[in-house]
Design a protein around this ligand. Sequence first.
Ligand SMILES: [Mg+2]
Length: 355
Amino acid sequence: MRKIIHLDMDCFFAAVEMRDNPAYQNMPIAVGGQGRRSVLCTCNYPARQFGVRSAMPNHQALQLCPTLIILPIRMQDYRDVSKKVFSILHRYTPLVEVVSIDEAYLDVTNCPLNGGSATYIANAIRHDIYQETQLTASAGVAPNKFLAKIASDENKPNGQFVITPETLHEFVRTLPLEKIPGVGKATIEKLHQLGLYTGQDAIDYGETALTARFGKFGQLIFERAQGIDNREIVLYRERKSIGVEKTLIENIIGFPDCWQTLKSLTPELQRRIAQKKAFNRIKKLGVKIKFADFTQTTVEQQAVGLDMGVFQALLEKGLARDRTQAVRLIGIHVGLETINQEQQLRLPLEQTTSE
Ligand SMILES: [Mg+2]
């Protein structure tokens, strides 16, 4: 059995605001856009007592809680805290899956720290996070991802919950089906209509009947109801190329026109490479040509930077592959050197969802 931890910061954006301005501690606050049509990113527990929730439109939240203070989003500050949190997680294992800015899965099956106990590891991580950021996190410990995710919610905020291989079956037997990630409002209504409320109900109903009713998702519900989830931790997926292409309004023919088009694409390519800070990772250049009959060809050559001479040679070579046809699309791209595993694991994805 694997040992998976789901770690989730408690009302993250709002928690950062309360930390930085203790006067907010006992007041209902939220973080979100400032326009009337904006929605809240997250809110603190005093606000939740009024029924305010994340993703709620501002005007609705203010109706429920007229004293609610909606603070502007300070994304750079949240990102800085997030980086610190993820650096703590990586002290325990390199197997960290970034779910969002404040949420991660860790596979600690082979982690030797804290006596190899996932429960103690989760405790230690939450302790470290509090010591170093003055923020609380909740954790779920389980033999797989979906159970760890459900578990992290059980004793929120500032708590943790453990599902062991021994308690797993009892836990899923009584598990309300709406707690299975992916089971939304529409699905749960259908399940309830069939008289299915718990994991045990789904098992009794049977795999064949569930699949007939819900397709592939029915099979997933059947698996989850038995506590099965074989999904691995997904590490940061690295970008291996960056490109720009343009479908022409009218087909063009001949090198000069194609070259003009290609040159017009380079500022955007440069911008995208700069955005990914990838200039020093360029290892090859490529040109893609799609002909009028939709056949396409790609030519590439090794290079250490953007080199218009190389692009020119590649375009000539590509066009030479079919001189009879007009061209309907031209694209250029760079192939990138992959960063080693150690480095890429230190790059949390930048997402903005928070709970
Ligand atoms: Mg959270």
